[in-house]
Design a protein around this ligand. Structure first.
Ligand code: GCU
Length: 344
């Protein structure tokens, strides 16, 4: 008898517990989608995950963001066009993907524009970066925060020790007119391939080179097929977290504020992760036997000078902005001079 009563009490308590936990998890008011084209353990993906956690926590579970990785929602271009119709709510994309549509954004991704990462962050964290997040509205998008994507360099199946070596190579580029023109000026053939198909394009010899940062080279296994990494650091193309303007308009103001705050916090988290992953990726590819090629200064200068016409073509209407960005470069130690960035 005692045993039956005890069992009954346990059963009742268990029911109460279930009811309580159901009552504690509120029904979300908004379940929103987030597109990320990198694998789940990549720094930008972990940033997206952190963003989703923060939003859930700070809206008391009323706004839930579901992150899909590895291009599950399509290529960056497909994601952007779906966002313009409100089909996807959030994404982390490369600036290169949107700059053809909103040309002033090219001013943040010109070749040899920044002296180093610190210079780029002074711009993105400052007035220019904040103002340029607003112009995404021209493409029916809301710019939320800047993510780190390091510096891009060339990697290839045969060593690139000079500009001459690029001749005759088929170089994978992003879907960006600026990137295509840059590679053409450098004497190679630009080939657009989606980010998630680059390894296959190397394997099938559609391309013989690509250009990207250290983490992509390592995480995406490109180093297995393209054993030579030439440190040109020709561009720093920032990544950006965006929202669909359609979604933004239906969100109550209090949630918009929380989302903005969480996006910025997730960006700080991502930037931190980036620095560590960048070092890790370099070490891993060197360990695996890849050859890392550093250009002689005069050789690097040839790359810089060759791509100068792009400034007039892509930023002809914004040369003042370019000058202002260049003026933020630190003076080289001991010279007492200003920017070492190229003249537009
Ligand atoms: C960067 C960016 C990716 C992008 C990739 C590319 O690494 O973070 O989102 O897809 O460049 O070259 O396609």
């Amino acid at each position: 008898m005692k045993k039956t009563i005890l069992l009954g009490v346990c059963f009742y308590l268990a029911l109460c517990l279930c009811a309580c936990s159901e009552a504690e998890a509120p029904e979300p008011e908004f379940v929103l989608t987030y597109a990320e084209n990198q694998a789940q353990n990549y720094p930008t993906s972990l940033g997206g995950e952190r963003f989703a956690e923060l939003v859930k926590e700070r809206t008391g579970g009323k706004v839930v963001v579901q992150v899909k990785y590895a291009g599950e929602y399509g290529t960056d271009e497909e994601v952007v066009s779906q966002m313009q119709f409100g089909g996807i709510d959030f994404a982390r994309i490369s600036l290169a993907v949107i700059a053809d549509e909103v040309p002033i954004l090219n001013a943040l991704q010109m070749p040899f524009l920044y002296q180093d990462a610190a210079h780029m962050w002074r711009i993105l964290d400052g007035e220019t970066g904040t103002e340029l997040l607003q112009v995404f509205q021209e493409a029916q998008l809301i710019g939320l925060s800047w993510y780190d994507s390091g510096a891009r360099s060339f990697y290839s199946t045969k060593p690139i020790r000079s500009m001459e070596d690029l001749k005759g190579m088929s170089v994978r580029v992003q879907n960006s007119q600026l990137a295509m023109d840059m590679v053409s000026l450098l004497g190679a053939e630009p080939v657009y391939v989606d980010h998630n198909d680059v390894l296959y394009a190397f394997e099938t010899r559609k391309i013989t080179a690509a250009e990207n940062n250290w983490p992509v080279y390592q995480y995406m296994d490109h180093y297995q097929v393209a054993k030579y990494y030439t440190v040109v650091e020709h561009t720093r193309v920032p990544d950006v977290q965006i929202a669909s303007q359609r979604t933004w308009e239906i969100l109550p103001e209090e949630y918009r504020q929380v989302i903005l705050e969480c996006a910025r916090e997730s960006a700080l988290y991502q930037r931190n992760l980036w620095v560590r992953n960048d070092i890790f990726a370099r070490a891993a590819v060197i360990d695996s036997g890849c050859e890392i090629i550093f250009l002689e200064p005069e050789e690097k200068l040839k790359f810089r000078e060759t791509v100068q016409p792009l400034y007039q073509k892509y930023c002809g209407d914004h040369l003042d902005l370019i000058k202002a960005i260049q003026a933020e470069a630190a003076a080289p130690i001991g010279t007492g001079e200003g920017s070492s960035a190229p003249e537009p």
